[in-house]
Design a protein around this ligand. Structure first.
Ligand SMILES: Nc1nc2c(ncn2[C@@H]2O[C@H](COP(=O)(O)OP(=O)(O)OP(=O)(O)O)[C@@H](O)[C@H]2O)c(=O)[nH]1
Ligand SMILES: [Mg+2]
Length: 390
């Protein structure tokens, strides 16, 4: 295949939006686009349209006899184009395949970002900023994005720099405290591009699956009046108060009546170990403060909340302050569960401190801390430099 000076990359996150954007750049891009794309208005000459102009037409790809997808292309510069097409992966793949057939090199958007330079900006971003750009393409909520944007704007790099100065000045104790402060935000930082994992657990038939459905606002989990209905872990994603959350419904915890249920209960136990927040659900009619408190597991380090469900089935009942009374059937108290989850997450992140948000950050900060414990400030400074500059 002849060598062509043209690169393409998908700028939008895969499978996330209704529209995908593909960037096509390089001195051969005008020629290749003219071959693959036919403007609806036959008077339009792609080669000569001005920057910023959007053209509607048909992507007839490799086979001119096939109808092809209707889409728009936009000229972004002398040899820079964007194709805006349907967001589904089949549509995107068809366009990339046609481009590849014409010798276009297909890159990831991060590769294209580093070489395209976005008019020179890329050359000036430090590694943390570059990681923030990458992380921003994965976030689910505006709140996560806002925190990552602060790191992009320099919050984390500035804090690392200020700790570095303390180290150079011989202030080892103060540096240690500040690194520990950053590390306390590290779990939350990782969750910004993922989700906080909330597990609902408790005895069978108390309404765990019904609560999951009420929290989501649609029926995701199967609800049935027989104990032992949920036999596997059912997960669903949502957001509370702007925090991304994964809810996990689990098999009711009891002596299993068969092997399948036993396997489900086993999985519940591993979900509990991996949870960020645990909701223990009970039937309010079985409420017994002592029994319920014994269900809080002190060996689990996560925040744990008590939920007493089916409140519609009892008259007024005195509950301890920390117990949330709910009725999944009548949608009562669901907002209190959401608030409890949001509160646990807010407690997990200290926004007056910068937020490390990749495993690389965490491992270098931990390494620097370890060096400081051995009074090796030279090694700690090297770790901090590596954190910002790679
Ligand atoms: N009256 C009333 N019934 C409820 C409530 N929540 C759930 N139920 C009923 O209780 C039964 C069990 O509900 P599920 O949500 O399947 O309970 P579960 O805890 O997921 O049960 P397992 O999956 O078997 O562990 C169903 O018949 C529900 O309709 C509630 O708040 N009030
Ligand atoms: Mg269930």
């Amino acid at each position: 295949m002849t060598h062509v000076n043209c690169q393409a990359s998908v700028l939008t996150a895969r499978g996330r939006g209704a529209i995908a954007v593909i960037s096509i750049t390089g001195t051969d891009s005008d020629q290749i686009l003219t071959t693959l794309f036919l403007p609806a208005n036959s008077n339009i000459r792609l080669m000569s349209i001005e920057t910023g102009r959007i053209v509607f037409g048909r992507w007839h790809g490799t086979d001119p006899n096939q109808a092809g997808e209707e889409l728009v292309v936009c000229r972004r510069g002398p040899h820079r184009w964007e194709v805006h097409c349907h967001g589904g992966s089949a549509a995107v793949d068809a366009i990339l395949n046609a481009l590849a057939t014409h010798g276009v090199s297909i890159q990831t958007w991060t590769e294209s970002y580093s070489w395209a330079g976005l008019e020179g900006d890329a050359a000036n971003v430090n590694l943390i900023q570059f990681e923030a750009i990458e992380a921003l393409s994965c976030v689910d909520t505006e709140r996560s994005a806002a925190i990552l944007l602060r790191q992009y704007a320099g919050e984390l790099a500035a804090e690392v720099d200020s700790i570095r100065k303390l180290l150079v000045g011989g202030m080892l104790n103060e540096s240690t405290v500040r690194i520990e402060g950053l590390l306390r935000n590290s779990r939350a930082g990782i969750r910004l591009t993922g989700r906080w994992k909330v597990v609902l657990a408790g005895p069978p038939n108390v309404g765990k699956s019904s609560l999951i459905n009420a929290l989501l606002g649609f029926d995701r989990a199967i609800v049935f009046d027989q104990p032992g209905t949920t036999r596997d872990v059912v997960k669903a994603t949502t957001a509370f108060d702007g925090w991304p959350v994964e809810l996990a419904d689990t098999a009711g915890l009891r002596e299993a009546s068969d092997a399948i249920e036993a396997a489900g209960i086993q999985r519940t136990q591993s979900q509990l170990a991996a949870a960020d927040i645990i909701l223990w659900v009970h039937d309010i009619r079985d409420w017994n403060a002592n029994a319920a408190n014994s269900l809080l597991r002190p060996e689990l380090h996560q925040p744990q909340w008590m939920v007493a469900n089916k409140s519609d089935l009892v008259a007024e009942i005195e509950l301890p302050e920390n117990v949330i009374a709910t009725s999944a059937a009548k949608s009562i108290g669901i907002d209190r569960i959401m608030a409890a989850i949001a509160e646990s997450i807010s407690n997990d992140i200290n926004l007056s401190v910068a937020v490390p948000f990749t495993h690389r950050h965490i491992s270098l900060l931990s390494k620097a801390l370890e060096s400081l414990r051995q009074s090796d400030s030279t090694a700690a400074i090297a770790d901090l430099d590596q954190l910002v500059h790679g």
